[in-house]
Write a protein that binds this ligand. Structure first.
Ligand SMILES: NC(=O)c1ccc[n+]([C@@H]2O[C@H](COP(=O)([O-])OP(=O)(O)OC[C@H]3O[C@@H](n4cnc5c(N)ncnc54)[C@H](OP(=O)(O)O)[C@@H]3O)[C@@H](O)[C@H]2O)c1
Length: 359
């Protein structure tokens, strides 16, 4: 059976340095001053055609401090009932906004940004559920703005190359895929990762990455069986997903906030096997073995912390007036959120945002 894999996954990776400018400079706004905002902004500063224009926070002191540290020209904060992100969205000089809040706020922040007519890059997981995801996509389509989920790994040369190898036939017919991501997250009740109100749990935080592997090599599955362990708040501490395909192929995904996993992806075909080396999110190498032949390993350098590649893609797409990325299209985020809704139904995980969706 031939399965449709998006063309862009199979094309050779452009070897141009991702810092190379692709058009007019864009003014970036950043919503939130937390962990990933700090990391991604450092990579954003490496793009000559990106200007660190404005940042927003719930708190004025945090916004000001962040702006000073990274050299943003303007800063916004919640004021008199108006959220800082809403003020940032209305800034007439902002071209594109990066949303780096916890998952549960992605929908409301991205909606405000799109309604203000601005382009937007939303952290993963895209939203809490498929209902929110569909609303954002419909709104972006109606307003003609760019919208993308920040699945940065999908743009890395190593992962592009892995999918290219799987699609080339070098492994024969791909028959099964496994992918694991796990680390023990500190049991801090303030940590968004454990909080039901923040959209916590292994699924929305980690499975976004493991799912890339079966999707990039076999497409979205036809069936799914999930097992999970829930904490006292009802979010999944770890989960195992078994994916099935009508052609007989299988995939298993493991995501854990309790255990150190091997953090390895394996793509097994009738003639060969590919294994990641040095982490599943940002592999430093790919090990390929055909039959009983000696294995070869391809090594990869990465620019910055690896976020430069997705930031280049957003920049290029906005400069070219595209509404979505051909490599990370809306259909991927919508299918992912539908699949996650199905997993949560099997595990019994519900978030406060789901109540709004069911009204
Ligand atoms: N791409 C990646 O590699 C990667 C890595 C880690 C996380 N992420 C994603 O990025 C998002 C943020 O994760 P993070 O680790 O940066 O989280 P974090 O360190 O907790 O920071 C989140 C920030 O969001 C803001 N915020 C807005 N509304 C909030 C609310 N109601 N409660 C708490 N914070 C709120 C806060 O900034 P202010 O106080 O300034 O408002 C906070 O510092 C998540 O969706 C996560 O999945 C992506």
């Amino acid at each position: 059976m031939t399965r449709h894999i998006e063309r862009s996954w199979l094309s050779s990776q452009d070897s141009t340095d991702p810092r190379t400018p692709t058009g007019r400079p864009l003014n970036w706004g950043v919503v939130a001053t937390g962990g990933i905002a700090r990391t991604v902004v450092r990579d954003l500063a490496m793009l000559p055609d990106a200007t660190l224009h404005a940042v927003s926070s719930r708190f004025a002191d945090r916004a000001e401090e962040f702006a000073r540290e990274f050299g943003f020209r303007r800063h916004y904060a919640d004021d008199g009932g108006v959220p800082g992100y809403a003020a940032l969205a209305q800034d007439p000089d902002v071209d594109v906004v990066y949303v780096a809040t916890p998952h549960a706020q992605h929908y409301e922040v991205a909606k405000a940004v799109i309604e203000a007519g601005k382009n937007v890059l939303v952290e993963k997981a895209f939203t809490i559920n498929a209902h929110e995801a569909q609303e954002l996509v419909d709104l972006a389509r109606a307003r003609g703005v760019f919208l993308m989920e920040a699945v940065w790994s999908r743009f890395l040369p190593s992962i592009q190359r892995a999918f290219e190898i799987a699609g080339s036939g070098e492994l024969g017919d791909v028959q099964w895929v496994s992918a694991d991501l796990g680390f023990p997250a500190p049991k801090d009740p303030m940590n968004r990762i454990w909080a039901v109100g923040a959209g916590g749990g292994a699924l929305l935080d980690l499975t976004v990455y493991t799912l890339l592997w079966p999707v990039g090599t076999l497409g979205f599955p036809d069936s799914l069986t999930a097992l999970g362990t829930l904490n006292a708040e009802g979010v999944d501490e770890q989960n195992i997903l078994a994916l099935g395909y009508s052609g007989g192929q299988l995939a298993t995904l493991t995501s854990s906030l309790l255990a150190q996993g091997p953090r390895v992806a394996t793509v097994a075909g009738s003639e060969g096997v590919l294994t990641t080396v040095g982490g599943i999110n940002n592999p430093s190498g790919l090990r390929v073995q055909r039959g009983w032949d000696p294995a070869r390993t391809e090594a990869f350098d990465v620019v910055g912390r690896g976020y430069v590649y997705e930031l280049r893609e957003v920049t290029r797409c906005v400069q070219q007036g595209l509404a979505q990325s051909p490599t990370m299209p809306w259909s991927h985020s919508l299918s992912t959120m539908r699949l996650f809704d199905g997993v949560r139904q099997q595990l019994g995980v519900r978030y406060p945002n789901d109540e709004r969706a069911s009204r």
